[in-house]
Ligand binder design. Structure first.
Ligand SMILES: *Cc1c(COP(=O)(O)O)cnc(C)c1O
Length: 350
């Protein structure tokens, strides 16, 4: 079709992680989903909202997500005016670009990280810069002043799993003319978060997802903590009914059950530490992880070989062809049983 915008016609589109058809036959460790179910209060809240005859679904949801915002504000210890809910944190990444970066203007992100930032930038017609992580997990090529409009900092980083310190994040923010967005998709698995930085710094915004720590990837829920003027701008941009009634009650219920979250996070961290140390004993290099996955490199630096051999054994992990990453594998942390089976397979593969 010739009337398509040029950038849309030319772009590739984002390729999501592979979702196999007969899922139960696989050990699926490729998209960082949580191996445990969400809080039972989530199911209860959804069924309750649905009612006997689903009559509530006749009515539009609360366009302001007020209950979910209030629940989030309580968890993160901020005023509700500093919170916005979202249809997955992907929606926020998109709307942040729409809010801050005009056509032809520039945004940046850390390399390696989440390649979806670049896809969203392309749609918006924005220019993209990348700053590369070095072996000390800092950004040696980040300029003294970054004049782009927005900078995405994935912390904990995906796919490496390392976290930037709050001091370092503040320093980077002070070097940005525009906003610094800390994508904290994995922060619940880390020792520390950056949410407190939002109040302390004019230009820091933090995004979160319910897809990993809250076991709700299928519900599509995310949130951001940001200054009220940023929240107000994002409220103007979003679809007014971006969250459906079931997602809204699910979000509120999940946020209200912090004990459930903490218990699952503790199990995953414990399995992560055990699995990392076992892999190291097999000669793998494993980046110390603050997330629910690890990045592991075999002795022969051939990530693809191990990926294929695991695939043949119906174990799905993630391999990236990027030159900075192709030597290793990103492996999501599943249940202890899944990780024992994976370890046995790795041992056999050699
Ligand atoms: C999973 C992930 C997201 C997307 O989260 P959704 O809420 O599922 O859209 C965003 N950023 C990073 C770094 C992620 O890994």
């Amino acid at each position: 079709m010739t009337s398509l915008r040029k950038n849309i016609e030319e772009m590739d589109g984002y390729l999501p992680g592979f979702q196999p058809e007969n899922e139960s036959e696989w050990i699926k460790l490729n998209t960082n989903e949580n191996p445990y179910p969400p809080s039972p209060r989530v199911r209860e809240a959804i069924l309750n909202e649905l009612g006997k005859d689903g009559a509530n679904l006749r009515k539009y949801p609360d366009a302001g997500s007020r209950q979910a915002r209030a629940a989030a504000a309580q968890v993160y210890n901020v005023d509700p005016a500093w919170v916005i809910m979202a249809n997955g944190s992907d929606e926020l990444l998109n709307n942040l670009i729409r809010a801050f970066v005009g056509e032809g203007e520039e945004l940046a992100y850390v390399h390696p990280s989440y390649s979806y930032y670049a896809t969203l930038a392309e749609i918006q017609g924005a220019k993209v810069a990348r700053f590369t992580l070095n072996d000390e997990y800092t950004l040696a090529d980040f300029p003294p002043r970054y004049t782009g409009k927005l900078f995405f900092l994935t912390s904990p980083n995906a796919p490496l799993g390392c976290r930037f310190t709050n001091d370092y994040i503040c320093e980077l923010a002070s070097r940005c003319d525009g906003v610094l967005v800390v994508d904290e998709a994995y922060a619940d698995f880390a020792e520390k978060t950056s949410i407190e930085l939002v109040e302390q710094n004019e230009n820091i915004i933090v995004t979160r997802t319910f897809s990993k720590s809250y076991s709700l990837a299928g519900m599509r829920l995310g949130l951001a903590v940001a200054r009220p003027e940023v929240v107000a701008a994002l409220d103007k941009i979003r679809d007014h009914y971006h969250l459906d009634r079931l997602a809204l009650v699910a979000a509120t219920a999940a946020l209200a059950d912090q004990a459930w979250l903490q218990e699952n996070v503790a199990k995953i961290r414990k399995t992560r530490e055990w699995f990392s140390s076992e892999l190291r004993q097999l000669g793998y290099r494993v980046v110390p992880s603050q997330a629910n996955f690890i990045f592991a490199t075999p002795l022969d630096l051939d990530g693809e070989r191990v990926y294929q051999a695991l695939f043949e054994r119906k174990i799905l992990v993630r391999h990236f062809s990027d030159p900075l990453l192709k030597h290793g594998l990103r492996i999501s942390i599943g249940t202890r049983e899944e990780m024992e089976a994976t370890l046995a397979a790795v041992q056999e593969i050699g």
